[in-house]
Design a protein around this ligand. Structure first.
Ligand code: ADP
Ligand code: MG
Length: 457
């Protein structure tokens, strides 16, 4: 079984750091599908050995080999080669003759697949959720729901930007209910995306009955990232009936989204109003005090002793996303494990300066772009991010998207996120719209290029 208390091994921490840096480049789906099933089984001076299920090996090697090599070399602070081995070989031989094993990597068989690990993640509890002003309402409402399902706050709707703890709270609710009532509640957690895919599949197989039985037979339904069903009419309709069936039967429903119900584009009004029937709780970015507290708490989890000056340095540099708190700690931990150095402020600076500069320059360029769009078009950042479609806002939005694409390294997907859009087709549209305008209007071309070159200084 999965052991909650088990300390992560050195290889696992290094692998975590690798996953984090791959997440900076690839989408969550890619990371989940191709990288999460991997693990590190050996590291020596020149080589890192990975294992991976055979059906993924060739693709990962040819498509991602170069990037993995680059990233892991970065993390280790030296140039290494990588070897990727078929996992099935290990169960027979137990070792790999091509590489010297310096330290065994945990040896727990690694049969738990990532979907399972994610779904019942026992590591996300109320105990290790650090509470501050910005998340206090969401935390207390979640705790109340966990203690008394379907008695208060039904539905509970949690919303906030990515990386602020929504999924953590959902799993904390699951873990708390399971701890208090081991057999009593049927709990189902799905993401909006999974709900959608599953429904499409059962409809194709004409098995909608089975689907309904499954969803309407639970005591607690948790739907994460519900914004995914926006714009999908059939899916919303089915979800509406699921919601009503559960609600009428007095079952607990918990929903998470990246924005408030009223701000989800292309979501049916009847769903919006249902989502607002219980309690809607937002999570805001953490203030400095909360960031410090989270760093302290996470450092403890990583068995990591950090002095006040290092904690301050970290809290000053990570401001918007708690996932980045973990990312920076993992980088530090991997570094100190590998070099044996103590984590002093100068060491922390060497390890993290580049990472922080990257986070910061992306943030500040974007701030400047929003500022200049506001000056030029009188359209605010909030309006750009909203779903408003008046001609002036639409134009300013195209403009901002184009400029961001030209001046940052953000992927189309991340830009889409910045504008609360579900997928990157919006971004492609904006770019071709502005490109067409540039072709037909030399004055416009001069003007926009001027701004772009100013931003690149
Ligand atoms: P979201 O679902 O809102 O995008 P997550 O729940 O996945 O965010 O949180 C991102 C990471 O940050 C997780 O590893 C989570 O454990 C951690 N985290 C977020 N908020 C807190 C908190 N208040 N205390 C401790 N860890 C947190
Ligand atoms: Mg989440």
């Amino acid at each position: 079984m999965y052991d909650v208390e088990r300390k992560k091994t050195k290889y696992e921490l290094i692998f975590d750091a690798l996953l984090d840096s791959l997440r900076e480049v690839y989408s969550p789906a890619t990371v989940n599908l191709w990288f999460e099933p991997m693990s590190i089984y050996a590291i020596d001076d020149e080589t890192v050995g990975f294992r991976i299920p055979e059906n993924r090996r060739e693709f990962v090697e040819t498509q991602f080999g170069k990037v993995i090599t680059e990233k892991i070399s970065d993390i280790l602070g030296r140039k290494v080669k990588i070897i990727i081995k078929n996992e099935e070989r290990f169960s027979e031989a137990g070792f790999d003759p091509d590489i010297e094993i310096v330290e065994s990597g945990g040896g727990d068989g690694k049969t738990v697949d990532s979907a399972y690990r994610e779904r019942f993640n026992p590591a996300y509890t109320f105990k290790n959720f650090v509470v501050g002003k910005s998340n206090q309402l969401a935390q207390s409402a979640s705790l109340a729901v966990a203690k008394h399902p379907a008695e208060l706050n039904n539905p509970l709707f949690l919303y906030g930007n990515s990386g602020l703890g929504k999924t953590h709270l959902m799993f904390a609710i699951i873990n708390e209910i399971r701890a208090n009532h081991p057999e009593h509640y049927k709990i189902l957690y799905v993401t909006g995306e999974e709900f959608t895919n599953e429904l499409i599949e059962v409809l194709a197989q004409k098995k909608a009955g089975v689907f309904r039985e499954k969803y309407r037979g639970v005591d607690v339904l948790l739907i994460d990232d519900i914004q995914f069903i926006a714009g999908k009419m059939g899916i919303q309709e089915e979800f509406f009936y699921t919601f009503d069936a559960l609600y009428t039967a007095n079952k607990q429903i918990i929903i998470a989204s990246d924005r408030a119900p009223r701000d989800i584009d292309n979501l049916e009004d009847r769903l919006k109003s249902r989502f607002e029937m219980g309690l809607v709780a937002d999570i805001q970015p953490p203030d400095r005090e909360l960031r410090m507290a989270i760093f302290k708490r996470k450092a403890l989890d990583y068995d990591f002793d950090l002095s006040m000056d290092v904690l301050s340095y970290l809290a000053d540099n990570i401001t918007t996303n708690i996932r980045q708190i973990e990312g920076s700690l993992k980088k530090l931990k991997a570094h100190t494990l590998i070099t044996g150095e103590k984590c002093t402020l100068p060491v922390a600076k060497v390890v993290l300066t580049e990472y922080f500069t990257k986070l910061r320059s992306e943030n500040s360029t974007i701030d400047r772009i929003f500022d200049s769009v506001k000056q030029r078009f009188g359209v605010t950042r909030e309006e750009l991010k909203s779903s408003k479609r008046s001609a002036d806002i639409v134009f300013a939005r195209h403009y901002a998207i184009y400029v961001i694409r030209k001046t940052t390294n953000l992927s189309q997907k991340s830009i889409a996120k910045l504008f609360n859009k579900k997928d990157h087709t919006t971004i492609i549209n904006s770019i071709s719209f502005i490109e067409a305008r540039i072709k037909s209007d030399p004055a416009f071309e001069r003007e926009i290029n001027q701004l772009i070159s100013e931003l690149q200084d």
